[in-house]
Design a protein around this ligand. Structure first.
Ligand code: ZN
Length: 144
């Protein structure tokens, strides 16, 4: 990561509320053939860092991980996507449980808390449900 990407990574770590167990590993722009340039941010667990069981909060080791992506609020007008291999906490009481990421409001949401907050603001400003769904689908690159 060059100096500019490193600075952006630190900004992102603060804005996403990443704790000591997480770090931004990569920040890059991608140009999909079908659209405008996108910002992609990869977050990873600090090697050896304990993770919290989502059931009881116990600090545990991780047993495995799966790749996930989230739609983040646009940064500087760029469609922004967060990537992470999300670990499962190996809780002695509850067994393997997928860790909740610092930016998640709800489990299994495909959007970050900031993105969901933007949708809420649209709803509070009088946008129709259909209008919000269209804008969200377009932002996530899905057909509506
Ligand atoms: Zn537990």
């Amino acid at each position: 990561m060059d100096a500019q990407a490193g600075m952006l990574a630190r900004l992102f770590e603060h804005s996403m509320g990443l704790g000591e167990e997480w770090r931004v590993e990569d920040v890059r722009f991608e140009s999909p053939a079908s659209g405008d340039e996108e910002l992609h941010i990869r977050v990873g667990r600090v090697p050896g860092a304990a993770v919290a069981c989502p059931e009881c909060g116990a600090r545990c080791g991780a047993c495995d991980a799966r790749e996930r992506t989230w739609r983040h609020l646009d940064i500087w007008q760029f469609r922004t996507v967060v990537h992470c291999r999300v670990p499962r906490a190996d809780c002695p009481e509850h067994g393997p449980r997928t860790v909740r990421m610092p930016w998640e409001v709800r489990p299994n949401s495909h959007c970050t808390a900031l993105f969901e907050a933007r949708v809420l603001v649209m709803a509070m400003s009088g946008a129709t449900v259909t209008g919000i769904a269209r804008r969200k689908a377009r932002a996530c690159g899905r057909a509506f």
